[in-house]
Design a protein around this ligand. Structure first.
Ligand SMILES: C[S@@+](CC[C@H](N)C(=O)[O-])C[C@H]1O[C@@H](n2cnc3c(N)ncnc32)[C@H](O)[C@@H]1O
Length: 590
């Protein structure tokens, strides 16, 4: 293989073009000849390209251009075998397109797979931002036609453009009646990854989910570029007869089905065909083929299958007003889907672990920079991270943190007067705080933290890690008479009475809760548990449903194992506490 313009070109194509374009000096004539024989429009973008190409091909210049860093382009090229399998799967579903659009065609695997399998294609559009890939796609098409001389040659346009500059609605208007296939594998990159790479490879309207304020700043406004591209394609082509088949991250498919309730795109037969991304792309990201029918009655559910065996796994999506990850399992536990009587909170966010995560040594603290520090005790609290929440009851913490505020935005100048050692330490390390990128810290007092309020100081907490995929809750007890804090990867509910915390943990670690949570959470999500998910747990209904004997048995077990002295006597008060305000008043006056 040689390279021209940074693109692989086979000897066959090289030799063919040498002869085919021999003695041609005009780019227009060259382009006309290529179009007549191969159907490819504007093969050479400019006369400069043509000139360089001809010089390279005659001197067989081996292009030694180094591959640039392409992280911002979410570049994971589909191997030929997978592209071929995807197309064969579509053939099985009787997909027979006349127009094909590959929105970010890369080196062209899906275009070649389409050319070799579909017999009805009249026109192909490919779009790609990276010029060497545009060339590689064109060379591969020539190579394909040269080795398959009898195969159908549709009109082909490979555009060297950013997809964000393409007006798909124009293409949509031109081809309203033809059977359409949108096929490909859009970039695997999120807007926040692009932000940290200072990349502009973004749609112009990048907060396209219209999230406001904190949600937009803290990640709920984070989205995959592939999701934006898929939705743009739905906007333009939902009313065309045809099909869409794109390889995307599982999170993108989940978001699309979630949004379907609101957007009502005319798509149906939505499928998530799970692929092995480690094998296909050598990455550990859960991804699938998203397949759906266009121009149909909007569906709000999706069937998950194994792409290789086509074995059906589960269905997920909307069941009336509820979004669930496993429709069959959800039906069995749906009566505990409601509103949690206690508010789930996220732990402390400081984005400054080097300075704020401490360990206690003999009489002093150490931080992640291994500094030895003396600090006043008052602002120091035991601190737990997701990885610490393994046991059912935690009485001691490995780490500590400095709680600089009791509520968000509180002035921190008091630290200097009341806790001079703590202040000296924080001041010495102020550059770490100032380097925090998130805009939530802008304009806030120095050493500010988030996820702090009265609730943080409740002595008894029931917590779960948002990151780990374990459906297990942990009781966090105070340490040296001080409440223990959790970090922002954890969620918790807080109590003043230990009994309420124990009753809650018994309910939360019950098999029914686990079954319910499994039917509404997505195992492959980055954060399996979120506040929205946990707030759906109707602990009151569960408490009414569960046998009191089972609760008593669990209390006995926890007492024995963790040396506690809890009894069942406050169960009635606990149930009352969970009742909605109105009901409580009725019992009071009834
Ligand atoms: C995941 S790769 C897949 C390529 C090809 N579809 C395939 O299946 O092999 C994504 C491709 O999108 C291209 N890309 C990234 N940003 C783009 C943009 N704004 N416009 C067009 N193409 C883009 C990348 O260069 C890369 O080739």
């Amino acid at each position: 293989m040689n390279k021209i313009f940074g693109a692989n070109i086979s000897y066959r194509v090289c030799n063919y073009l040498k002869e085919f374009l021999n003695n041609i000096s005009s780019v227009e004539i060259a382009n006309q000849k290529v179009f007549e024989v191969f159907g490819i429009h504007a093969f050479f973008d400019s006369s400069d390209d043509f000139k360089i190409f001809m010089e390279s091909i005659y001197s067989l210049n081996i292009d030694l251009v180094e591959e640039p860093d392409r992280a911002e382009y979410g570049d994971f090229q589909t191997n030929k075998d997978l592209a071929d399998k995807v197309v064969k799967y579509l053939l099985l579903k009787n997909v027979s397109p006349e127009i094909i659009i590959e929105p970010t065609c890369g080196k062209g695997s899906f275009i070649i797979a389409s050319l070799s399998n579909f017999k009805t294609v009249k026109k192909i559009f490919g779009i790609e931002i990276y010029k060497p890939y545009v060339w590689e796609t064109k060379f591969s098409i020539l190579d394909f036609f040269l080795s398959n001389p009898d195969i159908l040659r549709p009109e082909i346009t490979i555009l060297h453009n950013s997809i964000f500059d393409i007006n798909f609605k124009n293409i949509s208007k031109q081809y309203q009646t033809e059977e359409l296939l949108i096929i490909g594998n859009p970039p695997w990159v999120t807007n926040s990854e692009l932000g940290s790479l200072n990349s502009t490879n973004l749609p112009k309207k990048s907060n396209f989910k219209n999230q406001k304020g904190l949600d937009a700043m803290t990640g709920k406004g984070n989205f995959d570029i592939a999701e934006y591209i898929t939705l743009t394609l739905f906007e333009a082509f939902q009313s065309h007869n045809g099909h869409l088949a794109l390889l995307v991250k599982n999170s993108v498919i989940k978001n699309i089905v979630f949004e379907q309730k609101r957007k009502q795109y005319k798509i149906s037969e939505i499928e998530k065909c799970c692929i092995d991304s480690k094998k296909e792309f050598n990455v550990s990201v859960e991804a699938s083929l998203l397949s759906c029918q266009l121009n149909s009655i909007p569906s709000v559910e999706c069937t998950a299958l194994d792409f290789y065996s086509l074995e059906k796994k589960i269905s997920f999506g909307w069941l009336n007003s509820k979004f669930v990850s496993n429709i069959a399992q959800y039906s069995k536990t749906k009566n505990i889907d409601g509103v949690c009587p206690f508010e789930w909170r996220q732990g402390i966010k400081h984005d400054c672990s080097n300075v704020m995560e401490l360990e206690r040594k003999n009489g002093y603290f150490t931080n992640k920079l291994l500094d030895e520090i003396t600090l006043e005790e008052d602002l120091i609290y035991g601190f737990l991270k997701s990885s610490d929440l393994k046991n059912t009851v935690i009485k001691n913490t490995r780490k500590y943190t400095i709680v600089t505020q009791t509520k968000v935005g509180q002035e921190t100048s008091y630290i200097q007067h009341l806790y001079p050692e703590t202040y000296t330490y924080l001041k010495k390390n102020i550059s770490f705080f100032q380097a925090r990128k998130s805009s939530i810290y802008k304009g806030k007092p120095p050493f500010s933290i988030f996820g702090i309020g009265d609730y943080s100081f409740k002595p008894y907490k029931v917590a779960i890690s948002g990151l780990y995929k374990t459906y297990h809750f942990t009781l966090v007890l105070p340490q040296n008479d001080k409440p223990v804090m959790l970090d922002d990867t954890c969620y918790f509910i807080g109590f003043d009475k230990i009994e309420y915390a124990i009753y809650s943990i018994i309910l939360l670690n019950n098999g029914r809760t686990e079954d319910f949570l499994k039917s509404i959470t997505f195992y492959d999500a980055k954060r399996v548990f979120t506040k929205d998910i946990l707030m759906r747990l109707d602990l009151l209904n569960l408490a009414v449903e569960i046998s009191q004997e089972a609760v008593k048995e669990q209390i006995g077990f926890l007492n024995d194992k963790y040396n506690l002295e809890i009894n069942f006597s406050k169960w009635g008060d606990f149930i009352d506490e969970m009742k909605p305000e109105k009901e409580k008043q009725l019992t009071l006056f009834g």
